[in-house]
Design a binder for this molecule. Sequence first.
Ligand code: UT7
Length: 324
Amino acid sequence: MVVAGTGSQVPERILTNADLEKIVDTSDQWITERTGMKERRISAPDEAASDIAVKACEKALAEAKVKSEDIDLIVVGTVTGDMLFPSTACVLQQKLGAPRAAAFDVSAGCTGFIYALSIARQFIASGASQTALVVGVDILSKITDWTDRSTCVLFGDGSGAAVLKAGTKPDTGILATYLAADGAGAEHLYMPAGGSRLPASVETVQQRLHTCKMNGNAIFKVAVRSMADAVRHLLRQTDLKLEDIKLLIPHQANLRIIEATTKLLKFPPERVFINIHKYGNTSSASTIIALDEARKAGRIHAGDAVMIVAFGAGLTWGGVAIRF
Ligand code: UT7
């Protein structure tokens, strides 16, 4: 199967580190040194996940030369869909005009796009699907506690999409996927209220329980181990060696996490794609925005093997090896 097209879209509004200095007790120096982030995109008050995702999808479909009516599967990785239900995949199905498509969302935190891509790959491999649209989108700004400096400087909004098509070209497309989870780490990254555990009430709103809570230090350690683990699993599943990977695209959560992972793997930093300075952590959208930008920037050529790895809430982690 082949990755026939990719697209990405971020909201217009830019929030810089200097802007954040006016909101919480932080500094450009702290954010830059501890995270590598300089600015991030923030959606408009009336802009929901599907509003930006639909534009990423249209770009991916145009590049793939696929008509929306030919899509038979839409899988969306997100934790901030338009609503708790129906799925944002169904909202997109309607907006795009894809009446033949089965549509559902996947909740895997920042690993959302990789989980979604892996599922779509299985649908195509089994013959159940011919043309799949895989989306990663998150609007974390809407579930951010803007009084909590330990999280609000980290997140940004964005979306990306990829079109997967059944194809017979051997050794091209998705070569391998690896998915993992450890629910014991759920407490390190979660949104307490708004589900059946703690439905919305005056108290949950007053206590800011509809916002993201994170134990950054605990996640940091797992992140480095798990992304390195994903790369090693993918190497074992394919005949690739580290030197065969033309570009490593890691989840953009923290530049220090990316650097530590690269060091652990002894992977050359010049072959690691980084755009965290522009967007911060866009959760499910992070790796597909990075993949799309890497392709459009000419960092990936026909025949190149690329690995994409991520970790996130769940905890979840995983990766995908693709040959273009
Ligand atoms: O996508 C998956 C989700 N999330 C992640 O991947 C995040 C993983 N974790 C991280 O990226 C890092 O742990 C953080 C960036 C969240 C934090 O960096 P750190 O180097 O682990 O800092 P820390 O939490 O140990 O905090 C160090 C200090 C603390 O002050 P004291 O206690 O040493 O006086 C914090 O209060 O930095 C302080 N601090 C800040 N200072 C200025 C925390 N946030 C800020 C801030 N500005 N925004």
